[in-house]
Design a protein around this ligand. Structure first.
Ligand code: SAM
Length: 293
C-alpha cells in the first residue's frame, strides 16, 4: 500500500497503530511538506546505477522519494520502534534496505563497500537528527568515504556555518573542516512549519561535494586541525590570543608568524583563509601538540 506520508491523519494513524511517540532526544522531526522530499531527491541527480545511503529514515517520507530515483536505498535507523513501521510504509519498495544501528558506530566504509557492488555512484541523503549534525558530517568527511555527493537537511544556522568560506563572517572550525574535504553550498530553505512536530528553528538543505584530490596543500593534517580549532576556540579574541592561550605558545611567536605572512597581528580567526591556516600550522604547531589535538 502506498501511504501519503505527508498527510497528518495518515501519520497519526500509523504512529498510534505502532504505539510510537516522538523522541526529542533522537531529533525526531518528520517532514510533512509534500514538496521538500521530491526536491531533495531531484537535487541528488540519482539514477538506477546510484546507491543512496540515508541516515535516519523516520517513517520513510524521504526514503520513498529516494527509492523512486535510485537503484538501491540503504537507510540507517537507530530507533528500533521505527523498524516495523518502516516495514509497513516501505514494504512495496523492493530497492529499500533497512540498516539497523547508530550511524556514529557503524563501519560506513565497509557498509558502502558491500552494498555498492554493481553501482556506479554512491550518494548520501538525509534529514539529519539535529543533535548530531556536525559530528555526522565530520564523520562522513573524515572517513573519506567513496561518495560523490552529500545532500542533507540541517538547521539554517548550521547550514550557514557549514557552507561559509574561510575568511568570511560565518566561518568557524567546522567550515574550515568542510572546505578542507570538499565544496559546499546551500540549496534551499525549509521553514519550521514543514515538520511534525514543528521545531523552534528553520532549516536548509545543503550539498557537499567531496574533493577527489586534496585541494589544499597541508603537510600535517593533525597540525592543521589543531591550529584551526585553537584559533576559533575563543571567537571574541584575536587569533594571536586564542592560539597562544589554547596551544600555550608565546604570543610573540604567533604574532611573528602572522607578520611573516603579511597578516595583521590583530586579525581574528574568521578573517584567516585556508591557505593562511595551512601556512600557520606548519610554523606554529609542534608534532607532539598536533598528536595531542
Ligand atoms: N527522514 C525522516 C524525515 O525526514 O521525516 C526523519 C528525520 S528525523 C530529523 C531524524 C531521524 O534520525 C529519526 O528517524 C531518528 O530516529 C534517526 N536517528 C537519530 N539518531 C540516529 C543515529 N545516531 N543513527 C541513525 N539514526 C538516527
Amino acid at each position: 500500500m502506498d501511504y501519503n506520508l505527508c498527510d497528518s491523519k495518515t501519520i497519526n494513524r500509523l504512529l498510534s497503530a505502532h504505539g510510537f511517540k516522538f523522541s526529542k532526544a533522537l531529533g525526531q522531526n518528520f517532514i510533512v511538506d509534500e514538496e521538500v522530499c521530491p526536491a531533495m531527491a531531484k537535487a541528488l541527480c540519482a539514477n538506477k546505477k546510484t546507491l543512496v545511503i540515508e541516515i535516519g529514515p523516520g517513517i520513510g517520507v524521504l526514503t520513498k522519494e529516494l527509492c523512486r530515483v535510485a537503484g538501491r536505498v540503504c537507510a540507517i535507523e537507530l530507533d528500533k520502534r521505527l523498524y516495523p513501521l518502516l516495514g509497513e510504509t516501505l514494504g512495496d519498495y523492493k530497492n529499500f534496505e533497512l540498516v539497523e544501528g547508530d550511524v556514529m558506530k557503524l563501519d560506513l566504509k565497509k557498509l558502502i563497500e558491500e552494498k555498492s557492488r554493481g553501482f556506479t555512484s554512491v550518494k548520501i541523503c538525509a534529514n539529519l537528527p539535529y543533535y548530531i549534525t556536525s559530528p555526522v558530517i565530520m564523520l562522513l568527511l573524515e572517513s573519506r568515504l567513496p561518495v560523490d555527493e552529500i545532500i542533507v537537511m540541517v538547521q539554517r544556522e548550521a547550514a550557514d556555518r557549514l557552507c561559509a568560506e574561510a575568511g568570511t563572517r560565518n566561518s568557524g572550525a567546522v567550515s574550515a573542516a568542510v572546505q578542507y574535504y570538499g565544496s559546499s553550498e546551500i540549496l534551499f530553505d525549509v521553514g519550521r512549519e514543514s515538520f511534525m512536530p514543528s521545531p523552534k528553528v528553520d532549516s536548509a538543505v545543503i550539498k557537499i561535494t567531496p574533493y577527489t584530490q586534496p585541494k589544499y596543500s597541508v603537510k600535517n593534517e593533525k597540525a592543521f586541525f589543531t591550529l584551526v580549532k585553537a584559533a576559533f576556540s575563543q571567537r571574541r579574541k584575536t587569533a594571536v590570543n586564542s592560539v597562544s592561550a589554547t596551544l600555550k605558545i608565546p604570543k610573540e611567536r604567533v604574532a611573528s608568524a602572522l607578520r611573516e605572512l603579511s597578516l595583521d597581528e590583530n586579525i581574528r580567526a574568521e578573517k584567516l583563509t585556508m591557505e593562511d591556516f595551512a601556512a600557520l600550522s606548519e610554523t606554529l604547531v609542534e608534532p607532539q601538540k598536533a598528536n595531542e589535538g
